[in-house]
Design a protein around this ligand. Structure first.
Ligand SMILES: [Zn+2]
Length: 311
């Protein structure tokens, strides 16, 4: 019974399948024409609008639900007629957590304060650049959209996964974590696990280098520095299965041997801990970053370039 049913249905299926295939072909054609016309219409409609950067500086800009990934995908390329800049704040975070035992620790930003800072960037239509996008701007001396910002996190704390990643994903932002490679998996001491690192790397928070052991590079020989810079790169590349091209010097300490080693190894950009707002003409091997803390007004000043960066 079962056999008969199969034979019968396979004959019938042959005809049905041919008819069905024809139907699919027609449907695909109609759909393709429809999509193309819609795209042409959308491009025309868009061209008549005022560029968003011209009209959105203050409070009213908060309603921008369609912002997220589509407009962020424009990245370092600038919108036609949009304002551009050669200055780019590279913001430096560490832990996104609050330690009640050590409230004075300025390297910890409580998660609600961090979320408020990211919301402000989103509401004010900032574009977060990946390090590849930053590098493209720097290597081609190409201005980026006026409100561009780079988000970085040093050391690789587990709370970056728990408290920063959900916010970064919520806004479709891009960020970078500079991971101490010997700390991968040291969750007992508060560092990211290999699984968390892989998940973050695929969800907007790219993992880059912060040496193997987080030494003061300026106290090491050239060979010791070379090993710290090359082994951490190789280990992270093996974990992530992609090139790792960027490094932040631990505690911002480095010397001419660090730069020489970084060049020899092939790092594209090396970040320090201070220097205020970076520019597309900043040194690729001493790229400045701006420290940010939990005070929202101070954060805004640092993003806008009106802060006192000596603090
Ligand atoms: Zn560090």
């Amino acid at each position: 019974m079962k056999e008969k049913y199969i034979n019968f249905s396979s004959q019938k299926r042959g005809k049905t399948r041919r008819r069905w295939r024809k139907g699919v072909l027609i449907a695909t054609f109609v759909l393709t024409v429809g999509v193309i016309s819609a795209a042409v219409y959308a491009v025309k409609a868009n061209a008549t609008k005022t560029p968003p950067s011209a009209s959105s500086t203050k409070a009213g800009a908060s309603a921008s639900p369609q912002k997220n990934s589509s407009s962020l995908a424009q990245t370092s390329s600038t919108k036609p007629g949009g304002k551009t800049t050669t200055k780019i704040p590279v913001l430096m975070y560490h832990s996104i957590n609050f330690d009640p035992k050590n409230p004075q620790n300025i390297l910890r930003v409580p998660k609600d304060k961090f979320a408020a800072e990211m919301k402000w960037l989103h509401d004010n239509e900032y574009t977060t650049l990946s390090l590849d996008e930053l590098y493209n701007a720097v290597s081609n001396n190409k201005p980026v959209a006026e409100k561009s910002v780079v988000l970085t996190f040093d050391d690789g704390y587990g709370d970056n996964y728990d408290n920063a990643l959900p916010v970064i994903k919520q806004y479709g932002f891009k960020a970078t974590v500079f991971m101490i490679s010997s700390k991968v998996g040291d969750s007992k001491n508060g560092y990211l696990t290999a699984a968390q690192i892989k998940e973050m790397d695929k969800n907007g928070m790219h993992i880059e280098c912060h040496t193997v052991h987080h030494p003061d590079l300026s106290t090491l020989s050239y060979n010791q520095q070379y090993n710290e810079l090359s082994k951490s790169k190789a280990d992270l590349e093996a974990l992530l299965g992609r090139p790792v091209d960027y490094i932040a010097y631990p505690s911002g300490k480095y010397n001419s041997s660090s730069i020489k080693a970084a060049k020899a190894i092939g790092y594209k950009l090396c970040f320090k801990m201070n220097g205020g707002i970076a520019s597309i003409s900043s040194s690729r091997y001493e790229f400045p970053r701006a420290f940010v803390g939990e005070d929202l007004q101070d954060f805004k000043n640092r993003v806008k370039g009106t802060a006192d960066y000596s603090k």
